[in-house]
Design a protein around this ligand. Structure first.
Ligand code: G3H
Length: 192
């Protein structure tokens, strides 16, 4: 029976600066996670052959750099596009676009950033990814918080509208085992 592993990219420079979006490199801690990840995966997967899927952004490639498996990049796995708010902190967004900040708080699933995306948009662009995942064997997906929330909700049979509230912490490897009557979940923390 097959498994799917999920991981966010390691902590990035933008994560440290509390900025959203962008295409920054990993921080020192993030690089440490990337170095530990092969052992974490090996502990959970043993010797099974798996394929690593990343987004096209620098931080997911850096997180995957030490993994001894074949790798594939998908544009559809790129982070939710924050449009004009890309590169801002939530504080700055609240100050510059107060109505937007409130609108997102009122309906985080439907709220679409100006010039960017909503969670609903992400769910729709992930459809081909989900279809391909259903056809594949063992896949490790290294991508971004919002994207992983949508993928996680799908496999956990949680209504997509609840995706924005799924907890997907940094530096944690999540193993999903989809079965006929539900999905088994194991979370392995890297402790860094
Ligand atoms: O910018 C994308 C973040 O990973 C998603 O966080 O949807 O909770 O603002 P948020």
């Amino acid at each position: 029976p097959r498994s799917i592993w999920l991981s966010r990219h390691g902590e990035s420079i933008y994560n440290v600066e509390k900025k959203i979006g962008g295409d920054s490199h990993l921080s020192v801690r993030g690089l440490e996670y990337a170095r530990k990840l092969p052992e974490l995966v090996k502990r959970s997967a043993g010797d099974v052959d798996l394929t690593v899927w990343t987004s096209t952004l620098v931080r997911t490639g850096e997180t995957a750099q030490h993994l001894p498996y074949k790798q594939l990049q998908w544009k559809a796995l790129d982070e939710l596009d924050a449009g004009v708010c890309d590169g801002m902190t939530y504080e700055e967004i609240e100050e510059v676009y107060p109505e937007d900040f409130k609108a997102r708080d009122d309906n985080k699933y439907e709220y679409r950033y100006r010039g960017g995306e909503s969670y609903r948009d992400v769910v729709i662009r992930l459809e081909p990814i989900i279809m391909e995942l259903e056809r594949q064997e063992n896949i490790l997906i290294i991508t971004h918080q919002a994207v992983l929330r949508c993928i996680y909700a799908y496999f956990m049979n949680v209504p997509q509208e609840e995706s924005p509230w799924m907890s997907i912490p940094l530096h944690t490897l999540i193993k999903l085992e989809p079965r006929a009557y539900g999905t088994n979940v194991t979370r392995i923390k890297a402790n860094i």
